[in-house]
Design a protein around this ligand. Sequence first.
Ligand SMILES: Cc1ncc(COP(=O)(O)O)c(C=O)c1O
Length: 411
Amino acid sequence: MSHFLYKNKNLFCENVDVRDIAEKYGTPSYVYSKKTLEENFESYFNAFEKNQGLICFSVKSLSNISVLKLLNEKGSGFDIVSGGELERAIHAGANPKKIIFTGIAKSNEEITAGIKRNILAFNIESEAEMHRIEKLAAAENKVVDVAIRFNPEIDSGGHEYIKTGRKKDKFGILLDEILSLAEHISNSSFLKLIGLSCHIGSQIINLNDFKTTAQYIKKLAQEVNKMGVDLEFLDLGGGLGISYSNTDSPTPKDLIAIIEEELSDRSEKIILEPGRSISGNAAIMLTSVEYIKGKYLIVDAGMNDLIRPALYKAKHNILNAKKSDSVSEEWTIVGPICESSDVLAKDFKINASEGDLLAVETVGAYGHVMSSNYNTRRKPPEILVEGSNFKIIRQRETYKDLLRNEIELNA
Ligand SMILES: Cc1ncc(COP(=O)(O)O)c(C=O)c1O
């Protein structure tokens, strides 16, 4: 059940009228439903029936520390892709032994930070990275746990920019190179191979792609076992798609049932790294109509606040915070940024006039985290709703914040 619903024609997040939030914190602003985040996490956590599972929430999709804290309290681990995300997760109280470090360009500094924190594992993405981690592990005189991220050579994902599992993509290690890396690691004094991992893309609706990936991971695990190496986990990444326009999408239960069926004879823990399917439908972005100009509805949120429509041609549903019975008109909804790509929605039917408050739905994932200061605009605040209460969990930036790190020539 959605926790963003109209009550008496006014849009509510849980038990809070979103107009009260806009009045207190202004627009544009991101509003999260705590209940939605928790329910989405639980739908993964409770879905394992046969295998042991660990959910490592993908921090990149929504990295606010308060959100990480509440997921941590629910038992979540974290999938991180940078030293900054490591710091965030630790700051939120994460158990390092539930942190997986992925990413193709991990720097010396980031690897050493992960080693010092004793994280669960690094997902190795290339032979060169394997050697780098080995060298840094030796410098710290530690045996470091690693997994090999393989590239399953599968074309899956919602948009060209979020496909990651094709042979030509920059991610992971090709199937025919994995065993030689596994061999090297098994003979290393400073690396220990404890898992296999992959992530085939994002916004995946076809569960058959996960089935094929599970088949690959099982086959690879069998090959690695033949080398005398026992693995602790098999990590199938994130990627489960969600509904952006009231269409059907598979559930975590559907996904986990398929994976468990394929891996029923494996004893390793199954790790998943969901982002969007936990955070996506947990937020709306509030924005006000500034002006009407012909067919343009000009709002105060730009592509710097939500880049998904401009970057991925993503379509988000948009609601008026006050429902009206009059006939909707077709608008092109645009923001203030000086780019023609700053279009929130094209030919979109909605009833709206100057000064109205609108809510852009399903912006919890890859929303605020991808916001920027382009056009020297302040990043929007984030507000968390819990029942009848709401709390600010990130302030709107100030103009002072925007100038803080600059050093003037004549200073
Ligand atoms: C390695 C890895 N794991 C997990 C995720 C999360 O994906 P999603 O938000 O589609 O679940 C991503 C996102 O692209 C990723 O790159």
